[in-house]
Design a protein around this ligand. Sequence first.
Ligand code: KIV
Length: 274
Amino acid sequence: MSVHVQSVRMTTSRIREKAMQGEHLTMLTAYDYTLARLVDEAGIDMLLVGDSASNVVCGNQYTIPITLDEMIFLSRGVVRAAGHSLVVVDMPFGSYQISEEDAVRNAVKVMKESGCDALKLEGGEDILPVIQHLIRSGIPVCGHLGLTPQSVNQFGGYGLRAKEEAEAEKLLHDAELLAKAGCFCLVLEKIPASLARRVTEITLPLGCPTIGIGAGNGTTGQVLVLHDMLGMNTGFKPKFLRHFAHLAGDIKQAVTCYANAVNDGSFPNENESY
Ligand code: KIV
């Protein structure tokens, strides 16, 4: 298998250039140094320290509980691992909803303390003033529309968004506003493929490529949660998810082999001893 590894460090301008040249963009989540390094070395364009860490790392049901300091702690390891990939960090729930001033203070804290390249915020017109302020302050922003998990309590679940015309029209409007505000990319989560394609037709010419998850193949790029696509979480298999590996089985098998070897006294052997 050939792996296309680029040594140049990705920047938001390179992300835009790639998209404008008709190339696809790749993004995967990362929450720790070791896995982030592997993903970076494989040449992925963007590492997302998603607030899905709340589920994947902390075992919470929702993304809502994770704190700003927890996001910063995880992001530091990912930033240290990133030689090539651009590192985008999720602003967690509560860190940008209280006031514009509070949002900017928190965003500056994440940028300073994690060393990341860009931030991602969920929402459209409602948070536009915050996004405009961050971009004016020199902070690159990735938008996020469609299924925005921080609003799960309002949505009443993780179902497909914008199937009805009114919500689809609102999403198109929000996407255009975010692109015009200068977002360098836009995540579209769990919306009909035809709508994601329409969004991309509007935002890409404005310099804002789209990154889909459960949004079909008409977006500029794709993102998945790393642990999901590696098949580490067998209990979660929505239609949009493809398992590119089956690590849950491999890990359990390795752990069982280790335990058996310890129990039968065959580990460590002479060559593994000093
Ligand atoms: O938190 C996250 O992992 C995300 C992706 C699913 C886009 O926002």
